[in-house]
Write a protein that binds this ligand. Structure first.
Ligand code: T3D
Length: 266
């Protein structure tokens, strides 16, 4: 049964693929799924053999956001307020923080629609490849809610305030082509090639110097929030760290020997 394992995890050629697996509900997120997804992100971060991560959805959609069936009309207003607050703070927040704090490249392979918190999930990833019929939908306003799970933070940084606000309040899908134009997608590919292309991209990144890629993620995230002086200091510290890695030594040796480097992620 699909719901018995609502999130799948497999590792191949240095890439952990995490698949949301409730296709009949467009991979709408239940508390159990959010916990499993978070656990797999942490697992991928800790695994030495994982050097890139891919998040995708089974079936026709990437993720429809929060499973709305929990709001069945019987829940008392105060219990609902507490449930929503608890879900956003204690289920979505750790998940999003884990993705952003995971010092390996995380790619979202967006098949179909990424809606609501599903859009947030895609935007929290470092890189996005979209199927040509995929879309990103800030569905929150369609049901009278506000962006959550980091959507307001990521979207404003990716496309600027005014475009982000327009997308959020329109409640309309942003097509893959438009996502590419706006910088919300790094790549767009044919639907039937999505997973293969995403795997190929992730596997190529998994051959790169993993520690340097992770430290680059850290400093570039810091750069969106700190001033130049702080970043110049952070770069000095992280460069000193990177300069001590086996992959740096291998990079130098490969350069001197005029050959392709064989990075090991150490
Ligand atoms: O705690 C809190 O709640 C706060 C946190 C909020 C975070 C959020 O994510 S709020 C936003 C929640 N998401 C949405 O509002 C999106 C709702 N869904 C849609 O707008 C559409 O379903 C989609 C655009 C995602 C997909 O459209 P389409 O035409 O491809 O598929 P569909 O036919 O609408 O959906 C297929 C099935 O999935 C359908 O069930 P059925 O009729 O076949 O039995 C549909 O009801 C179900 N489904 C889709 N989205 C959800 C869902 N079931 C539960 N929750 C969903 N979010």
């Amino acid at each position: 049964m699909a719901d018995e394992q609502p999130v799948l995890y497999e590792v191949e050629q240095g890439v952990a693929t995490i698949t949301l697996n409730r296709p009949a509900r467009r991979n709408a997120l239940t508390p159990a799924m959010l916990q499993a997804l978070h656990a797999h992100v942490v697992q991928a971060g800790a695994a030495a053999d994982v050097r890139a991560v891919l998040i995708t959805g089974a079936g026709k959609g990437f993720c429809a956001g929060q499973d709305l069936s929990i709001f069945d009309g019987t829940i008392e207003p105060e219990a609902k307020r507490a449930l929503v607050y608890d879900t956003v703070l204690n289920l979505y927040r750790p998940l999003i923080e884990s993705i952003c704090g995971l010092e390996k490249p995380v790619i979202a392979a967006v098949n179909g629609v990424a809606a609501g918190a599903g859009a947030s999930l895609a935007l929290a990833c470092d890189l996005r490849i979209l199927a040509d019929d995929a879309s990103i939908l800030l569905a929150f306003s369609n049901i009278g809610l506000v962006p959550d799970a980091g959507a307001s933070w990521f979207l404003t940084r990716l496309v600027g305030y005014s475009r982000a606000y327009a997308i959020a309040i329109s409640g309309e899908r942003v097509t893959a082509a438009h996502c590419l134009e706006l910088g919300l997608a790094n790549r767009v590919t044919a639907t039937n090639a999505l997973l293969a292309d995403a795997q190929q991209w992730a596997q190529a990144l998994a051959q790169r110097p993993t520690i340097a890629l992770g430290l680059t993620k850290r400093v570039m995230q810091q750069a969106t929030q700190q001033d130049l002086r702080a970043i110049l200091v952070a770069e000095a510290e992280l460069q000193a760290h990177a300069a001590m890695t086996a992959d740096h030594r291998e990079g130098l040796a490969a350069f001197a020997e005029k050959r392709t480097p064989r990075f090991t992620g150490r």
